[in-house]
Design a binder for this molecule. Sequence first.
Ligand code: MG
Length: 383
Amino acid sequence: MNTLADYACSNATCKGRLFHEPCPEYRSEYQRDRDRIIHSGAFRRLEYKTQVFVNHEGDMFRTRLTHSIEVAQISRTIARILNLNEELAETIALAHDVGHTPFGHAGQDALNACMTDYDGFEHNLQSLRVVDVLEQRYAEFDGLNLTFESREGIIKHCAVKKAPSIGDVGERFLNHTQPSLEAQLVDLADQIAYNNHDVDDGLRAGLISVAQLQNVDLFNEQYQNVIEKYPDLPERRMIYEVTRRLINNQVVDLVETSKLNLKQQKIQTLDDVRAQKNATVLFSSKMASEILSLKQFLRKELYQHYRVHRMTNKAKQIITGLFSAFMDDIKILPPEHQKNARQYQEQYGDKGQARVVSDYVAGMTDRFAITEYGRIFNPSELT
Ligand code: MG
């Protein structure tokens, strides 16, 4: 563990857990949080959830699990350089996607559309719901009973109208203040990870080409450096040499800009961090605009590629089909979800039933959703 700066989160400044528990004997509060995430069922299921490419499209592509591990690696590097709490950064990174539906953003959009009349579905809120309510493994409480700081980091974004429903971690969205620096850095480490691994996966899948990427400044600059130094490098090695430089470049920019911001905002303590109207951990404006161009490229050429779009459409059909089937007849839900659906229905009406159905659907892996769809809609399939 590195030496912590005064503005880092620490055991001493930890705001505690929803249910009081004594401090762990040999671990820090955030090590305990991280360990609870790693042992959770929702974390294990990330292995079979889509990042961009559906799991069965190939074994080499990122899944939500390998994405989360990459985010944790980048987050720890940044945390250590800035003397922030590496264990907290790692915890937030590993937990940040546990609320994601199967089939990536297509799944989230489809489930949100299904939930329009029932308060909607949003993956950040769902990640918090997973760690606060849905993981049920402990005798004394529902959820994983994580610290305030881990929960604050998991809820990266939240609409103002939803903020009151999540209690203490929702306050900053109403007051327009900032979360810890650890939470801020994981948010950007997430972007560094997915922008760069989507380039790598997109190239590997043959959906985008190096020739196209040469029009993207961020990529081209590193590409030129690599081919100048190694003109005869085989393409796969060349791509790796470019992506490692891309990641390093963005991390260095983020660290240097954030160090400057810490000085300019005169940040001494964690309270100073939280009181800011603007974030402290940021990219330089040049880097931010280059990253934006890369994102725009990926959106147009990769995420909307016809082959990705075909899968996206199938994903919508599966999610929408499952949701309506369970809403129409809760008797086809497995017993424990059926019991919850009845209880929630009694307490909150149709909104309650819809929430239980969306919890069940959101928790599915890609392959479980595909199989479940077959079991429900294909008359010749055994259930
Ligand atoms: Mg992510």
